[in-house]
Each structure stands twice: as structure tokens, then as C-alpha cells.
Design a protein around this ligand. Structure first.
Ligand code: GDP
Length: 325
């Protein structure tokens, strides 16, 4: 199938075409890369989904939440795509978030599309793959793209950097500690949802929510936030409680950001960062794949090792060579 055909089927909302296109952008092969770029170009960017980043450590209830929240949205007629980002899979070769049966009902919903994280993604490739998968979902006409990540390392920063809003899912804490959630992650959150606010866990959930609400009030108000945000609230994914309110809060926040221009400004900045990261990744790739750049790196390295050039002078020469292309 040509990129043109694939693009047409994808834009018509064909989920198999979408899955195929994502496989293409995930591929490490050079000829696939060229086709992926052509495909992304052919799709244009006239369609826009709401991109929601969602993070939480394993066990807080992410899959349960996404299943319930996703079904609520598809029940309203919205089309929902779920993309998983699982940086640990790059190490283990297996995907924690890979199991589609985690969201059994949502995965069978014709208005939903669930894509587990690839099992063999290169660490540096995770960001590219996810950004491009988001773009493909948007082109396929999805209204909401949920980008899910486990709370590991840099993955939150990455996901927040490609989302319109970032949701942090927490479980009720036993004690009064803030669950070791790093300040940086809290500062990224637009909405903190304390899950499992049901049954015996409800009092603890309410306490945890109050703790976080207090902590959020101490943060400096960000220009992209209206009064009252970032916000902490309780939900129960199992009971389906608080989900409609959470969605209403998300819409209120996004509505405000759209009206004030923050939404478009954030997207423009994200696009610029995406471009810069692609360039950086391309330069790094040029140094490792066979070719003049890698040859020059080796040759100059030999000169440095032999004491004929200083590291600084060799680096200058190398950069000059890259500048010439
Ligand atoms: P994930 O690892 O973050 O995807 O978490 P899961 O969705 O797999 O949930 C982990 C466990 O928490 C499961 O046993 C769920 O049944 C349970 N769980 C998830 N949401 C809730 C909730 O709202 N209330 C209660 N009581 N348990 C929940």
C-alpha cells in the first residue's frame, strides 16, 4: 500500500490503517523512516484532538481509570485513543502496559483505539514514536488521545511535553506523607486525581486529596492556569465516581487556555521542541551510522589519542565538518 492510500484510509478513521501507520513510525529501518515522514506529511494537521497525559505508579488504577473514563467519553459519542508509554519496556524487552485485556471493554469499543507500548523501543525513540503516534491518532479523527505512562524516570516530563493537559493519578496514602511524589512532577500536573475514594479507603483518599490541595496552593501560580488550578480531587475508577466531574474540570481548564491563547502557544512551543529534538537525534544518528561523519569522528579521535590534536581542537574540527553537512 502506498503512503497515499494509507493516509486516505487513516483519515477515514480506519483503525487497522492507524495501527499499521503506528507500526511504520515505530520502525527503526531507514526506508520505513522515509515512508513515515512522507505519511505524516501527507496527513496534514488540520485535525486536533485533546491530548491528555496521564501518569501514575503501577497499581494506582490507571487501567481501571482509563477503561471507565474512556467508556464514559465514548458513551458521549467521542472517539478515544489510548497510547501507552512504558520506558521500562526498553530495558526488559517486555511491556508492562502491553496487555490489551487490561481495558477489556474499552478495547472492544468501536469508538476506541488502544495501542500498547512497543516492546523493543529504543529509549531515545520513545518520545518520537509517541509524538508521531499522537499525530496519527489526530489525523484519524480521534477527539481525545490519552497518553499513559508509569511514573518512571523522565517519562512524565516527556509525556507532559506532548500533552495539552497532564493528569497525575494517586492512591490514598496511609500516612500523612505526600507519597514521595517529586515536586517537579507535582508542578507539571494540571489535575491530581486521588483514586480509590470508595469503601474503606475513602477517608484516606479525602485526607490525601486535602494534603495535595494544600501543597498545590503553595506552588507558584503558572500563567497558563486559571484561578483554582492545578486542582486535586477524589475519584473512584471502580465505582465510576468523580469521572464526570474530572472531565468537566479538564474541559473548563482547556476552554480557558483556548480563550486566552495559552493552548495554541503551548502547542506551538511543543512543535518547536519536537523539531529541535529531531534535529538533535538526527545529528546523533549521523555519528553512529556508517558515513562521513562517523569516519571523521574516528579519524579525529585517533588524532586526539595520539596526542596530535587537543580534544578541544578536534571537537571544533568535527563540528565544522557537521556544519558543512
Ligand atoms: P495500574 O497498574 O495503575 O494500571 O492499576 P490497575 O488499574 O491495574 O489497578 C490496580 C488495582 O487497584 C486493581 O486491583 C484494581 O481493581 C484496583 N483499583 C483500581 N481502581 C480502583 C478504585 O477506584 N477503587 C478501588 N477500591 N480499587 C481500585
Amino acid at each position: 500500500m502506498t503512503e497515499h492510500d494509507l493516509a486516505e484510509r487513516l483519515r477515514a478513521g480506519d483503525r487497522r490503517a492507524l495501527a499499521r501507520a503506528i507500526t511504520l513510525v515505530e520502525s527503526g529501518r531507514a526506508d520505513h523512516r522515509a515512508r513515515a515522514v512522507a505519511l505524516l506529511d501527507a496527513l496534514g494537521h488540520d485535525r486536533q484532538a485533546l491530548r491528555i497525559g496521564l501518569s501514575g505508579t503501577p497499581g494506582v488504577g490507571k487501567s481501571t481509570f482509563i477503561e471507565a473514563f474512556g467508556l464514559m467519553l465514548t458513551g458521549q459519542g467521542l472517539r478515544v485513543a489510548v497510547l501507552a508509554v512504558d520506558p521500562s519496556s526498553a530495558r526488559s524487552g517486555g511491556s508492562i502496559l502491553g496487555d490489551k485485556t487490561r481495558m477489556e471493554h474499552l478495547s472492544r469499543d468501536p469508538r476506541a483505539f488502544i495501542r500498547p507500548s512497543p516492546s523493543q523501543a529504543q529509549m531515545g525513540g520513545v518520545a518520537r514514536r509517541t509524538r508521531e503516534a499522537v499525530a496519527l491518532c489526530e489525523a484519524a479523527g480521534f477527539d481525545v488521545v490519552l497518553i499513559e505512562t508509569v511514573g518512571v524516570g523522565q517519562s512524565e516530563t516527556m509525556v507532559a511535553g506532548m500533552s495539552d493537559l497532564f493528569v497525575l493519578l494517586l492512591a490514598p496514602a496511609g500516612g500523612d506523607e505526600l507519597q514521595g511524589v517529586k515536586r517537579g512532577i507535582m508542578e507539571m500536573a494540571d489535575l491530581i486525581l486521588v483514586n480509590k475514594a470508595d469503601g474503606a479507603l475513602k477517608p484516606a483518599a479525602l485526607r490525601t486529596m486535602a494534603d495535595y490541595a494544600g501543597a498545590l496552593r503553595l506552588l507558584r501560580r503558572r500563567p497558563q492556569d486559571p484561578e483554582g488550578f492545578p486542582k486535586a480531587m477524589c475519584v473512584s475508577a471502580v465505582a465510576g465516581e468523580g469521572l464526570a466531574t474530572a472531565w468537566a474540570e479538564m474541559q473548563a481548564l482547556v476552554g480557558w487556555r483556548r480563550e486566552t491563547g495559552h493552548f495554541a502557544a503551548a502547542r506551538a512551543e511543543q512543535a518547536r521542541r519536537w523539531f529541535e529534538e529531531e534535529v538533535r537525534a538526527g545529528l546523533l544518528a549521523a555519528l553512529t551510522r556508517p558515513g562521513p561523519a562517523r569516519d571523521a569522528l574516528h579519524r579525529l579521535g585517533d588524532e586526539v589519542e595520539a596526542g596530535r590534536l587537543t580534544p578541544a581542537a578536534a571537537a571544533e574540527a568535527m563540528l565544522a565538518q557537521l556544519g558543512r553537512g
